[in-house]
Write a protein that binds this ligand. Sequence first.
Ligand SMILES: Cc1cc2nc3c(=O)[nH]c(=O)nc-3n(C[C@H](O)[C@H](O)[C@H](O)COP(=O)(O)OP(=O)(O)OC[C@H]3O[C@@H](n4cnc5c(N)ncnc54)[C@H](O)[C@@H]3O)c2cc1C
Ligand code: SF4
Length: 283
Amino acid sequence: MNRLAYMRVGSLAEARQALALPGSIALAGGTTVTDLAKLDVLMPDRLVDIMGIPGLDGIAVEAGRLRIGALARMADVARHGEVRRLAPAIAASLECAASAQIRNMATMAGNILQRTRCAYFRDPASYPACNRRTPGSGCAAIGGVTHNHAILGVTDACMASYPGDLAIVLAALDAVVHTDARDIAIGDLFAEPGSGTETILAAGEIVTAVSVAADAGAARSSYLKVRDRQSYEFAAVSVALAVDLTRDQPDIRVAVGGVATRPWRLPAVEAALRAGPPSRERL
Ligand SMILES: Cc1cc2nc3c(=O)[nH]c(=O)nc-3n(C[C@H](O)[C@H](O)[C@H](O)COP(=O)(O)OP(=O)(O)OC[C@H]3O[C@@H](n4cnc5c(N)ncnc54)[C@H](O)[C@@H]3O)c2cc1C
Ligand code: SF4
């Protein structure tokens, strides 16, 4: 791990200034950043601790939307009454993610922006080739052990799966990610795998909140995660569902995790389910 500076900021303006300095990285709960810095995957010159920025950890219902602050801790969101009532799948995805200790530290934005768990990505000393770490360097996973890699959204540059749970639910709920500069539909957030950038966020852009419509689909949402062991494990495959049968035309949204390079919606499955009760032929 390289020597680095630590800075704590108290406002968005201070954070913007600090993150504009070369070699700066935003630090929230730190459970991904410190992990990857210790592995020399990330080699920041400066960690900019944004947890002291006031007003970014609230949970509120505003104009028909459930809005959750970027710095709200995973554990606090998972047990929040309005989250459980208005979007139970969000709570479910957080409850089955990581460990209790990590959920007590880690934040909403940090969870969404976590990096892949590809073993080759996480071991730069043994595997220098990785287009995600060093664009154009190749992919050490090709021909290697890939049982945890993606089968959907793979490119010649990268086949790493997106590891998070929360963003799968956010994809099914058509969430919006709010930053200090703009609003981004969750489906537009993630960049092409191996393109040299993980998301479309600009350098130093700060996520301030995430919101979902507090509608019937969110209220009837659920999340199912299958993993190699029952705790402390990433998804082998997971499914988020949002179902609204109160309309003339049922609204059914489905996203999968663990098997794709980014949170992955299944429009053909959604169309088949909207067309009538599931049957072997229809699916
Ligand atoms: C052993 C282990 C098991 C795990 N299992 C799971 C699991 O099963 N499911 C799952 O979903 N996750 C799992 N995780 C991942 C864990 O949930 C993430 O590490 C955590 O959510 C990251 O949140 P954080 O606040 O600590 O982020 P940080 O480490 O602080 O930041 C993560 C990234 O987000 C950026 N960032 C953070 N906040 C902002 C912001 N507001 N604006 C802009 N950029 C920002 C940082 O710069 C960094 O790039 C696991 C982690 C570990 C170590
Ligand atoms: S699959 Fe992606 S993250 Fe893994 S080694 Fe290849 S390029 Fe890197």
